[in-house]
Ligand binder design. Structure first.
Ligand code: MN
Length: 185
């Protein structure tokens, strides 16, 4: 079992038990099949980014909350968005938690990499969730409420993410962007 699959397995089991949910209940809440959830909990499956987002939404938790515990409060935190293994990039998307979810601040700071031509459809997050996306090395196309817009390097886009949204890399090179997600307490 890879490190990351092991961590996800442990976090998912802990979240499910904290809520007192059976696998059936978790499948109902997340839209991810019971069989798949069981495999993830046993570390037998490498969940895709899309599956992890469905699980996060169903459990009303952050993305990084599925990968690791919240860091200790306060103090200096130096983190890298490189190295380590991260959730599977099936579908051409990789998501890394630069700063994992902080329950006091209500934010997580993600680094997302989209392969050339990749389009990622995001599930609606909880009510009141706001995203701020900042492309780092090219233009990012973002769809909110069915409207595509171009966000150039040097620009940032903020939007209410409690509705369907999507990201697309129309360029010919891998595109990196920062995604600061604020969860309302
Ligand atoms: Mn999103």
């Amino acid at each position: 079992m890879s490190d990351i699959n092991g961590r996800i397995a442990e976090r998912l089991r802990a979240l499910r038990h904290a809520r007192g949910w059976s696998l059936d209940a978790a499948a109902r809440e997340t839209g991810v099949s019971k069989a798949m959830l069981g495999q993830i909990e046993r570390g037998e499956s490498s969940p895709t980014v899309a599956t992890l987002w469905k699980i996060a939404a169903g459990f009303h938790t952050s993305f990084s909350g599925l990968l690791e515990d919240a860091p200790a409060d306060g103090g200096v935190l130096l983190r890298s968005s490189r190295g380590a293994d991260w959730p599977s990039d099936e579908g051409g998307i990789q998501v890394r938690a630069l700063f994992p979810f902080d329950p006091v601040l209500g934010i997580e700071f993600l680094v997302v990499e989209l392969a050339p031509g990749a389009c990622h459809q995001s599930v609606p997050h909880d009510r009141g969730v706001t995203e701020h996306v900042i492309p780092l090395n090219g233009s990012l196309e973002v769809c909110v409420d069915g409207q595509w817009q171009n966000v150039a390097s040097g620009e940032g886009l903020r939007f209410a993410a409690d509705r369907p949204h999507a990201y697309r890399n129309g360029g010919s090179a891998p595109l990196l962007f920062h995604n600061l997600i604020h969860y309302r307490g």
